[in-house]
Design a protein. Structure first.
Length: 289
């Protein structure tokens, strides 16, 4: 078996086209373009690459991104003050703080200060709580992107599937589990303390690798015909980008699989744009609270 590709590049291009049309429509109605504040603290090379990709994507759909490139020794109090100012600014629709933050900054404290209706990453406990209660507002971009990619490939009904998420991080694995519950899957979330990981993976109709490490999931564990989504991204010493899984061997067992790159990465950015447009539309305040 050679798996079909879950093409995140194509799906995100289609979503971005719809967003660009909606932004244009707003402007034809005399409204301003949506504005997204993108905050980057320090000069981590991977974060710079991600942030540049997000800013470029904004530009392509007509969303205005405001760059806040801050020094690595930025005091926490000043970052909090900036978020407070942006939170009160009615010209700013969305606020994104690129993670990871430098060690002297308390990430939870910062994320908690982003007003919930401007939380375009969907990281705020309020928005995660909404998702847990089946009343999603602004949704975490990567997990939401996974669901949208499956829908794009025609998998509109996931109900009853056994989904196994490997990785339980606050911003990916856990909200992924909530999205899959919302999609009526039976959900297993495996993590570093899980025993017999192979036995769990072998049961997955839908396997989501969100480990952040290579070589944890053996392709031989993949149930033949499974849908496999790889959220991991790793740059090898030779510059090549790889996921958590070994794509070549995994695609011999799966029916569907995401490539890395070109799978979930572009979907995460597309969902950021979608959330920013949603945040700019006045209705979002009512719909999420
Ligand atoms: N760092 C890695 N991925 C992300 C993301 O989706 N959002 C933010 N804010 N930081 C990240």
């Amino acid at each position: 078996m050679t798996a079909h590709i879950l093409d995140g590049k194509a799906a995100s291009a289609q979503i971005r086209e719809t967003i660009a049309a909606a932004v244009q429509h707003r402007q034809q109605q005399g409204k301003r373009a949506p504005n997204l504040a993108v905050i980057l603290v320090g000069n981590d090379p991977a974060s710079q690459v991600y942030v540049n990709a997000k800013r470029k994507a904004c530009q392509e759909v007509g969303i205005q991104s405001l760059a806040y490139d801050l020094p690595i020794n930025m005091p926490q109090t000043e970052l909090l003050a900036l978020i407070k100012t942006l939170g009160l600014d009615d010209q700013t629709d969305g606020i994104l703080v690129q993670l990871p933050l430098p060690e002297h900054i308390d990430t939870d404290l910062i994320l908690d200060q982003i007003p919930v209706h401007k939380d375009v990453d969907g990281f705020h406990p309020y928005n995660l709580g909404r998702l847990a209660q089946r009343r999603p507002g602004l949704r975490c971009c990567t997990p939401y992107g996974v669901i949208q990619l499956l829908q794009y490939a025609g998998m509109t009904d996931l109900s009853g599937m056994h989904a196994v998420v490997v990785g339980a991080s606050n911003h990916v694995g856990r909200p992924m589990g909530l999205e899959l519950l919302l999609a009526k899957c039976t959900v297993t979330i495996a993590h570093r303390f899980t025993k017999n990981l192979d036995q769990h993976v072998k049961q997955a109709d839908l396997l989501i690798a969100a480990v952040g490490k290579r070589d944890i999931i053996n392709s031989e564990w993949i149930k033949p015909g499974a849908i496999v989504v790889d959220i991991g991204i790793h740059r090898l010493p030779n510059g090549q980008l790889k996921g958590d899984l070994d794509f070549e061997t995994a695609s011999q067992r799966a029916a569907w699989i995401t490539p890395v790159p070109g799978g979930i990465g572009p979907m995460t950015i597309a969902m950021l744009l979608k959330n920013t447009l949603l945040a700019a539309e006045s209705g979002v305040v009512n719909s999420i609270g």
